[in-house]
Design a protein around this ligand. Sequence first.
Ligand SMILES: [Fe+2]
Ligand SMILES: [Fe+2]
Length: 170
Amino acid sequence: MLSQRLIDAINDQINYELLSSYLYLSMVAYCEDNDFHGAANFYRVQAKEEVDHAMKFYDYLIEMNARVILKGIPDPEVNFAGYKDTFEKSLAHEKTVTARIYNLMDIAMEEREHATISFLKWYVDEQVEEENNLNTILGKIKRAEQNPAALYMLDDELLTRVYVPITPAN
Ligand SMILES: [Fe+2]
Ligand SMILES: [Fe+2]
């Protein structure tokens, strides 16, 4: 049985993953409104993945015979200062998520909760990928900043991202 402290922390993280999905959906709306269709597609996929992250925690609590408690989600940011700003805010947000996952891992390790330590490793790896993807895109934006044609090419590239649901294998 998981400790109440761990159950509470995982429930908070379910809420935070859903909040992440909501933030990315807000970015979709901003990008569509500004004709950044590739970035909008990128954030649509991102939003779906965040729901998957929430559901992976959700199903874990059920598997461990613990109770899922859903909470309210605060209003997401709706005003962004441009293309680059959305990616800078995404990266800052993902760094917060990484710190939260590390904190969960610290609790699991402190409690010697080996099943949860093993479960959380997936999220540790996922955050490396999330931050790396955003850093790569931000690097391309910075190089393309003075060149509208390059920025259009980058946006076209982001149009190709497809949603792949999480399976037990990945
Ligand atoms: Fe996530
Ligand atoms: Fe994320």
